[in-house]
Write a protein that binds this ligand. Structure first.
Ligand code: ATP
Ligand code: MG
Length: 214
């Protein structure tokens, strides 16, 4: 029916959703490792629109988070970035993300990649039962979270997978904190993202002036 049918196999696409404020090497290593272990053809990074469950802090403009994600993924031919969440009005729900991606490419199998911390909250997600019909879910370990402690140990329908990845104790929160304090974020985020943060003066206290790119 489509070009995908020529090769016979359905394309397997990873979906890495996140605020990406900023994107860092923890995200990139997780996506790379899941792609390897689950034999994925591509991974699509999907920056959130108006973030939900994060309304306690100001989030950088969607366009800045989108561009940092593009910069970070540009060198990998199997990584791409989707605007579906930032172009949808209102809070981002993973169910809408999956539906939009499947509408664009109906003949793909989706693997939604998320940290163990986020996976723990899966039962609170809007429409989680319907989501299980649209994608498989891969929960990746990250330092400080024990996979065995998740509620998901109880869900055993073959749609949820837990995967240990090389531990990278990097979080966007820590990157923002360092940038705000004038500490370097080199090697925590890709070089182009370091430079973009400096260029746009992201994460600096209101009114502060940047003197150098670090
Ligand atoms: P914040 O500190 O603002 O919460 P974050 O580092 O958790 O940011 P998000 O954009 O919230 O980044 O994360 C997107 C996804 O990547 C989430 O599923 C999160 O659990 C996962 N993730 C974040 N950091 C890592 C890491 N170091 N290793 C593995 N997965 C990670
Ligand atoms: Mg987080």
């Amino acid at each position: 029916t489509t070009t995908g049918a020529v090769s016979g196999a359905r394309r397997r696409i990873g979906v890495m959703g996140g605020t990406f404020d900023p994107i860092h090497h923890g995200h990139l290593v997780a996506a790379s490792e899941v792609a390897h272990r689950f034999d994925l053809d591509d991974v699509v990074f999907v920056p959130t629109g108006e973030p939900w469950q994060k309304d306690t802090r100001r989030v950088s403009p969607a366009e800045d988070r989108y561009l940092m994600t593009v910069i970070a993924t540009a060198s990998n031919p199997r990584f791409s970035v989707s605007r579906v969440d930032i172009e949808r009005d209102g809070p981002t729900y993973t169910l809408d993300t999956l539906k939009d991606l499947l509408r664009q490419q109906p003949d793909i199998d989706l693997y939604f990649i998320t940290g163990a911390d986020a996976l723990e909250k899966i039962l609170t997600w809007h429409g989680w039962e319907e989501m299980f019909g649209l994608a498989s879910f891969v929960g990746v370990s990250r330092p400080g979270f024990e996979l065995s402690d998740t509620h998901l140990a109880q869900i055993d329908d073959g749609r949820v997978h837990l995967l240990e990845i090389p531990a990278l104790a990097i979080s966007s929160t820590e990157c923002r904190r360092r940038a705000a304090a004038g500490a370097p974020v080199w090697y925590l985020v890709p070089d182009g993202v370091v430079q973009y943060i400096a260029k746009r003066n992201l994460y600096r206290p209101e009114g502060s002036t940047r003197l150098d790119g670090t």
